[in-house]
Design a protein around this ligand. Sequence first.
Ligand code: ADP
Ligand code: MG
Ligand code: MG
Length: 973
Amino acid sequence: MAAKKFVYFFGPQGSEGNATMKNTLGGKGANLAEMCNMEIPVPAGFTIATDMCTVYYKNERNYPPELAEQVDENLKKIEAVMGKKFGDPQNPLLLSVRSGARASMPGMMDTILNLGLNETTLNGLIKKESDTRFAWDSLRRFMQMYGNVVMGIKGEHFEQAITSLKNKYGIKNDLEMTVENLKELVESYKVIVKEQTGKDFPTDPKEQLWGAIDAVFGSWMNERAIVYRKMNGFSDDWGTAVNVQAMVFGNMGDDCATGVAFTRNPATGEHIFFGEYLINAQGEDVVAGIRTPQQVTLEGSKKWAAEHNISEEERASKYPSLEEYMPEVYENLCNIYKKLELHYHDMQDIEFTIENRKLWMLQTRNGKRTAAAAVKIAVDMVNEGLIETDDALLRVTPDQIDQLLHPQFVKESKKSAKLITKGLPASPGAGTGQIVFNAEDAAAWRAQGLDTILVRLETSPEDITGMVAANGILTGRGGMTSHAAVVARGMGKCCVSGCGGLNIDVEGKTIKAGDLVLKEGDWISIDGSTGEVLLGKVATETPQFNDEFEKLMNWADNRRTLKIRTNADTPRDAAQARKFGAQGIGLCRTEHMFFEGDRIKAVREMILADDLEGRKAALAKLIGHQRDDFYAILKEMQGLPVTVRLLDPPLHEFLPSEPQQIKEMAEIMGCTEEIINDKIKALHEINPMLGLRGCRLGITRPEITEMQTRALIEAACELTKEGIKVFPEIMVPLVGNVNEFKYQEKIIRETAAKVFEEKGINVEFLVGTMIEVPRGALTADEIAEHAEFFSFGTNDLTQMCLGYSRDDANKFIYQYIDKGILEKNPFRSIDQTGVGQLVEIAAKRGKKARPNIKLGVCGEHGGDPASIDFFHRCGLQYVSCSPYRVPIARLSAAQAAINNDVVRQIKQTAEDAYSKAETTAKDVYNTAKDAYSKAESGLKNLKETLENSEELKKGVEGAKKLFNDIKDKFKKD
Ligand code: ADP
Ligand code: MG
Ligand code: MG
């Protein structure tokens, strides 16, 4: 059997690999191979496959013997193509050794350039007198890079040697170093290497090469790389490839250069070629920032000069564009970038080097871009006919849409700010303001036009006004689904929660973080997208929606089948959500309405009242407010469905806790504070989440259900009379038993009928339930006999299915994720295998019992892309999420439709199969070609052997004859 193939050649006559082989060749190697196949000039080289990395680690960091053979074989091929020889003193081939995993990965080994140089081979670089300095400079750069990256010597040792040499001769600038200086430097480098490693710097090119290959594979398991993989969910099993490539020189004089470019502007997405280059320089100089890079295009150069207050004269003489400096090369580069974009159907990030006016491409990949650029490029490319709308929809990530919706820190401003600590990124966006420690202060400061950040240990519904007034919310406790997080996301306000690193003293109005003490009025800035808490004022900016964004969203709306509703409790949220494209309200929580102004007192009266009379009297004070709220929300939604949930939370959440509030309630109710305190104690529950809440409230206190229904239906009747369309849906929470639902439904329908009679008008409405108790999901068929819709309350469903309290889970969930027990937080992204089954079962049984049942989701998961994909597959009709997630959900729903499109999948499979077949066919062809040439030479050998054996026969026969002759002769004698 043939040895396994580990090494793949690429060169001007074509490559053994191509762009589809990223898993084997890494991103860099696959694209180098592809460019060669496209007849784009790339210095020849070979890629050692990622499989080798895996084998290397399995074999305790050893290579199988065939690797050396394959490397030698391919090195010969490079030599043949480039017309140079590795290690040759007259005409040496030099190499670069470059790492490259599937995805580009910081933390991997740095590229080594000029490998193969030593004091003998450097003479071969010197074609003319002026090359001498270049040759010695290349050697000392190589020793420095290799010493650092491969031999692990700290860079500062080499830097020190340069500094002391410069001091010794009074040299200011590196470029002033003479050949003699550089020779002296090389000598001192040798000493450093010996001192630091106890070894000599390797001069044998082959030894250098294997040292570098070892270093690349070794870097796969260095700590930086491991941490990066973990952060990004990349597998350790991927391995890295090693690219070994012939060097080309951008630093051999003024007709040489090196540069990087993007085929479109990566910041704005504008369709303008955008690049920078340096004359007479090698790759690392562009990023090193020692010299000012010049612009590739003339237009870009003029813009750059204007931004830097550089006159046109100075620009043209000192910093000319490549377009002006080497027009033919520039034209060539333009042709290549256009060809690459057309080929890859995406914006490319390219690296190139010019050696004596000859252009060489060294890398291409899909370019990283900002959210705004992602949208613009995707839409532009559809308009240009490069991609389909489906491709455009898949090009923009839901996260990028998220970024576009929230204020962000101005990059430069953030760079200079000091990081205090990091909490949970609870609600995205950036906010800056002066610290306040309670809601009243936040509101009062806002009224004076001041910017604030509200800092609390955790928030409660009473903090809402303060949260509205502040620019951001920072809490010491609580997770991603804490009150602060959920409410902030609903408002589109940034929030960092669970900041354990801060010692927050709300009473004393101080925050301690290590030695740092912050007081009320001090400026801080928080980034709810990253969880960062920064000291001082950081400037923010709000991106604007543009035509491209609207267009992309339009395509998403046409593509998706899931409808997107919003969770909104106020007309303001409802209006915001409609602007973002919400098609209804999936969850209107009525309890938030109970906190506004003086209402909370009436609510407390209702809860604390001794008898039905007292409760009804208190409810009578509330009904008007509630009707007004419903009126405003229904009016805002103009006939779109509005799901109103009946009162849900445990009553103790509404009770007074402060002595002042208790005193106040005693006065209102005409009793002692002691009595109030006793009643509060009596309402205490050991486990309120599983206590008197949800429909259990409406069943034990039917007058609440009656009041809420009346308020809603009266508002609906009023609006209908005014000629405004309404479509209310009344939702009973926490049903686990069909009888619970039936009991509530009866009250609702009877109350509604009464109102219709009073008003002399009828309004269409639905009565349905939340599915959020596991038993409710399992008996969905029974419930669907009566309920007209189901809305999955996936927060409670997750809590009860997993048995994790959602208010306490963050004490262990992040450890669970770290330790690999959970892949992600089930309160953010639905647990498809567990909780998901309950959703599937309930949807199936519900539909069976009532084929036209409406099915939706109103939990936090309704705004999570992976969960949306799951709900799409379950065949639900809508998801509901907070207003600021509506556009994200619109895109995610479109992506779910595309990714689960069977026709598209089949097409994709066929395309994959075709390209695999092509690769296999190529392999077969190469193997056959190899076999043929081996057979041919074998045949030749055989023939020679046979010919030889003819001679042998002749010889033997001759000898025999001679022998016989002699015998005869003797006989005769
Ligand atoms: P990174 O992954 O960090 O971009 P690369 O392997 O692309 O690292 O190498 C960085 C730079 O080194 C390249 O952009 C190029 O300028 C230079 N370089 C790499 N290989 C060669 C080569 N064969 N000839 C000339 N320069 C090279
Ligand atoms: Mg690169
Ligand atoms: Mg619930």
